[in-house]
Design a protein around this ligand. Sequence first.
Ligand code: FAD
Length: 336
Amino acid sequence: MNAEQPTIPRIWVFVEQQEHQVHPVSWELLGAAKRLSADLPGSVVEAVLPGHQVADLAPQAFQYGAARIYLIDNPVLEIYRNLPYAVAVSQLVKEHRPEIFLIGATTLGRDLAGSIATRVGTGLTADCTELSIDPANHILAATRPTFGGNLMATILCRRHRPQMATVRPRVLPMPDPAPDATGEVVTVPFDMREEDVPVKRLRLIRAEEQPNIEYAEVIVAGGRGMGGPEGFALLQELADALGGMVAASRPVVDAGWMDASRQVGQTGKTVRPKLYIAAGISGAVQHRVGMSGADVILAINTDPNAPIFQIATMGIVGDLYEVIPALIRQVKGQSY
Ligand code: FAD
């Protein structure tokens, strides 16, 4: 789609729901959209919600900052399938020509965003870590790591609309909901029939419950300095005492000491806990991009020059096999 000055710059956020549960990244993106809107004169923040019988989710979108929600309701949208979702949302994009369109970089969002971008003929910056409006030309400046995380690239989409970006869960802060906020619900007609969808769900096989470290408030993470898988029982004991979860750096996952669902970092998850304890983790940039948003970082490392200490709120230079048991005793209120 070629750029043409739209009358109102619309900033859109895709509201991802599955089985009636909205993925929290949608609200994180609405928070970002509000911040972008402040720098984009005359702009409005709007949400797009495809699904079936999901109208009752709209008030939440208003609370997190949407002024209007486009509700696309059709039985073919009850479960996520690429074709009906991509067709429905692309049609809406072509009709309203938003300036910016933000989608969560979840499994669903990654699948959908590329299809929409292709259908409407625009660009997509995936896995952004920062979004802002370039003050010179009011274009979205979408920043993401590149070259293995060693460089940050800021990408502009000058000639095509919408300017699309995906952002991983927890990269952006969760806004506070405004309980009294209201907005307008626009019901969008969409007449695709089940016969038009070649992909069918024959049955639903639920994956084993995955640990959701992204939204944990306390994380105790171990790195290669753990020396092997056995020590993770100690981290689990500390995490249990603190009401938190255990996570790991990539070498730990590569070595098979921990499941990949617990990896923090560029090729793992982004976390934003109140407390992140990094034990035996050196603090490589690819690890830091996944955890530097934590409120408090406690690093435990034998090497006083380990880069993790540069971003740590508190550091303990020492052997984690001495420090962690001492912490467990402290937290459990036991004496030395
Ligand atoms: P190391 O760097 O080996 O550090 C181990 C630390 O433990 C050292 O600082 C050492 O002093 C300390 N130590 C040793 N023994 C003890 C002890 N007894 N007590 C206390 N401290 C001790 N990494 C990630 O974590 N997540 C990612 O998502 C990720 N993605 C990547 C993507 C790309 C494209 C690339 C190129 C790399 C990626 N990496 C990622 C790897 C990253 O570059 C680092 O290699 C990795 O983070 C290092 O893990 P580590 O800190 O556990 O191990």
